[in-house]
Write a protein that binds this ligand. Structure first.
Ligand code: SF4
Length: 132
């Protein structure tokens, strides 16, 4: 099954957010913690116009959003949520939907989410989580 087919299958069974894709979460934030969204309280984008994060990826607004993400204290959780819940649009963790596609493809081959996050964001920006 392709990445797109997996994402579409998930969408058919219910709302995308809260419906976790079958990734290996060893060492990553739990699906429950990512879904409850408490991490968003510390987000750099919290009080900003969220349309920036859903602007056309080549636009100046989207580039500004990506720059703001670079210093966001919850970037790891944000990217993890975007990947785990198969977000098809917008910037999550500083990555556009196009940049997230190869990460989802790796996850679907069984690579743990924690490894994918460390590769995408750099080891120094990733906190290891205990199993829930
Ligand atoms: S990483 Fe970017 S999109 Fe995600 S919470 Fe932080 S500022 Fe918002």
């Amino acid at each position: 099954m392709t990445t797109t087919q997996v994402l579409r299958a998930g969408r058919r069974t219910g709302p995308a957010y809260g419906l976790a894709l079958p990734f290996d979460l060893t060492g990553a934030p739990s699906a429950r913690d990512l879904a409850n969204g408490d991490w968003r309280l510390d987000a750099t984008c919290r009080d900003r116009d969220h349309e920036w994060w859903f602007a056309k990826p080549t636009s100046a607004r989207s580039r500004s959003a990506v720059q703001l993400c670079e210093g966001c204290p919850v970037r790891q959780q944000c990217l993890a949520a975007g990947l785990l819940f198969g977000e098809e649009f917008g910037v999550w963790g500083g990555l556009t939907h196009i940049q997230r596609r190869p990460l989802i493809a790796r996850l679907l081959t069984g690579v743990p989410l924690a490894t994918v996050l460390a590769t995408a964001l750099g080891e120094q920006h990733v906190v290891k989580f205990e199993a829930a």
